[in-house]
Write a protein that binds this ligand. Structure first.
Ligand code: SPV
Ligand code: MN
Length: 628
């Protein structure tokens, strides 16, 4: 007679480890663990509870197995990913779908049966000679309406360590929930490692997402975006849950903007990679709650948001003392930090754009590195990778809004921001006329130039609605429909804004300084409460010069010139019309089930722009609209 899963686990695990599993009364969990232990066939198994010792054990293993190396500052370590494993692998990340299911052209899918067969073959006996870590975490604050439990299996102590920095521990939550736990499952193996302890078999790198069983498989990769289950892998699963259940699971930061007289106003922000999301959420003056993922629910007619995570997996490229003083301080204090894919010299991390002299040699993602070193393709290898990162707990940030991070009911969202990267179209900041106008002309029309956060060519303008395209697991039309309805049901709708920090003049010069965003945030905060007027333009409300002048002085102690304002907030009709054409074409041609309202709202915006052009010409000064 075949033995039961719990009996199998008892046979397979050391008594001390088995005890930890047996304390969780959840047969589905036992079955899952038994199945994958049998398949992966690890030589050793460790189960982590929420205890400090268990966490320390994982950290020790990351060093012992060579996946991390200690640096000079206590608490700091460095991890390297394979030279060709430096970003999310879009081509090999697939949603598994049963035959006949069509998720539309933006989602990379694979036949479910075929995919499951392939991934299970790839994973068979993959952990022979390795240690398996069984880990429990939760998404969202513990014991709250946001909480989603998750179990992670991995043979990478680096991935495990990262998760301890990024998520709330969930072992006790699994015990508490028992059979009630509707949990997500992640199975990861870095696969065979090379002498530098990086994944070797990149040709067999696969990330397969099974919606039906809410399980994600990831193999032959170490880069966090491909492996840290609770981050972008869970995100595919929670988007689907959110659309089914009528809430929002978003690629958004969550931050507090401090208004006059101690007023606290919370904003979420969706920006594609390298569009200023991290630096906005960590800006001095304000308080961070989260930098990447937010859950937003309707609670008695209010939109309430929570950070899915409790840490930051942030891009380090370009972080310097002057522009990012808070992150700089965090990175230079004895916090527990994993630096990845930076340059190391004498136990110190270096990265491009840090504003300090970078050594001419050291160790980086290519191994031993020297200035001028070329890769196999003949490209010169920079000291650090553009997508090099730091992983740290949020409580290392002096400006963390700790209360908001742990609030079981989340925080009330006053405003939602969409931030793109375009050189010639959107003004630096504007406010939507209403929820639907914002969701469609700002969120669903978001575009950005490609960056190094994903593999492939850089600098190409790409459609990235809500900054969610890489992570969609439901047809985009359904996703947008859910978004619009969510807002319609709210009694108090957040205001919607769009920002663009990357506007240039006709000679290619930046029109804004990096810290100008501090002023846009203060303006948006005032607008949420109706404290300042704004100018109505065809594309929404823009700030009045006088208000910005005052805020520039107050916040940055800068004289803000009329000419600068006029250039920055000029309405660029030809570019705006071209953008509407581009976006409409995508929704008409590629999206089967785009809601009708989307086309109506885009058409209304086009009409307003055409009318304005008739009156004022192609490039319209904001003062024209103010006078009108
Ligand atoms: C992003 O690229 O949006 C990130 C990093 O936040 S990753 O984990 O790779 O998705
Ligand atoms: Mn992200």
């Amino acid at each position: 007679m075949e033995i039961t899963p719990i009996e199998y686990l008892k046979e397979r695990l050391e008594p001390e480890q088995f005890k930890k599993i047996a304390a969780i009364n959840n047969p589905e969990l036992h079955e899952f663990l038994a199945k994958y232990i049998k398949l992966l066939n690890p030589s050793k198994i460790f189960v982590a509870t929420d205890s400090k010792e268990d966490e320390e054990y994982i950290k020790k293993k990351a060093i012992e197995y060579g996946e991390e190396k200690p640096l000079a500052t206590p608490g700091h370590t460095v991890h390297f990913d394979n030279y060709y494993d430096q970003a999310r692998d879009k081509a090999n990340t697939k949603i598994l779908v049963p035959r006949g299911v069509d998720l539309g052209p933006f989602i990379n899918t694979k036949d479910r049966e075929e995919g499951l067969r392939e991934i299970h073959e790839l994973m068979k006996d993959i952990m022979v000679g390795k240690e398996l870590f069984i880990l429990f975490f939760v998404l969202g604050p513990k014991n709250s309406v946001f909480t989603i439990p998750a179990v992670q299996l991995t043979d990478s102590a680096y991935v495990a360590h990262s998760e301890f920095l990024l998520y709330r521990k969930g072992y006790e939550e699994f015990k508490r929930l028992g059979r009630e736990a509707k949990f997500l499952k992640f199975v990861h193996s870095a696969g065979e490692l090379d002498e530098r302890k990086t994944s070797k078999n990149l040709d067999k790198r696969r990330i397969y997402i099974d919606l039906e069983s809410e399980t994600v498989y990831s193999v032959n990769t170490q880069y966090g975006g491909n492996t840290i289950g609770l981050k972008k892998l869970a995100f595919r699963l929670t988007i689907r849950r959110a659309v089914k259940e009528g809430w929002l699971s978003e690629h958004m930061f969550l931050m507090r903007v401090n208004g006059p007289e101690g007023r606290k106003t919370y904003f979420t922000g969706a920006f594609p990679s390298m569009c200023g999301k991290t630096s906005t959420s960590m800006i001095p003056w304000e308080n961070i709650v989260g930098d990447d993922l937010a859950f937003i629910v309707d609670m008695k007619g209010e939109a309430r948001g929570a950070n899915v995570e409790a840490g930051v997996f942030g891009i380090i490229h370009g972080i310097n003392k002057e522009d990012d003083p808070i992150i700089w301080e965090v990175l230079h204090s004895p916090n527990e930090i994993i630096f990845s894919n930076v340059l190391i010299k004498d136990g110190k991390p270096y990265w491009t754009g840090m504003g300090e002299e970078i050594p001419n040699e050291g160790e980086n993602h290519s191994g031993k590195w020297w200035k001028g070193k070329k890769d196999a393709e003949g490209n010169e290898i920079p000291p650090s990778h553009k997508n090099a990162r730091f992983t740290v707990r949020l409580d290392a940030f002096p400006n963390l809004d700790k209360e908001a991070l742990d609030a079981p009911c989340g925080v009330k969202i006053g405003g939602m921001i969409y931030g793109g990267r375009d050189k010639d179209t959107w003004p630096p900041v504007r406010e939507a006329f209403d929820w639907t106008h914002g969701v469609i002309t700002m969120g669903a029309a978001l575009e950005s130039e490609t960056t190094a956060a994903t593999l492939g060519k850089e600098g190409v303008r790409q459609f990235n609605p809500m900054s969610i395209l890489d992570f969609l697991s439901v047809p985009i039309g359904e996703y947008i429909q859910n978004y619009i309805r969510f807002g319609e049901r709210l009694r108090e709708k957040p205001k919607i804004f769009a920002v663009n920090y990357f506007l240039r003049d006709e000679n290619g010069n930046w029109l804004n300084d990096k810290l100008d965003k501090a002023v846009w945030l203060k303006w948006m905060e005032l607008r949420v409460h109706g404290d300042v007027d704004a100018i109505e333009t065809p594309i929404g409300y823009i700030p009045k010069y006088e208000d910005l002048k005052r805020l520039f002085k107050q916040v940055l102690n800068k004289e803000y010139k009329r000419e600068d304002y006029e250039k920055q907030f000029m309405i660029r009709v030809p570019e705006l019309l071209a953008k509407i054409d581009r976006i409409e074409k995508i929704y008409r041609e590629k999206v089967k089930d785009a809601p009708e309202v989307l086309f109506r709202v885009l058409e209304e915006e086009r009409k307003r722009l055409l009318e304005a052009r008739k009156k004022y010409g192609d490039y319209i000064s904001p003062f024209q609209f103010e006078r009108a």
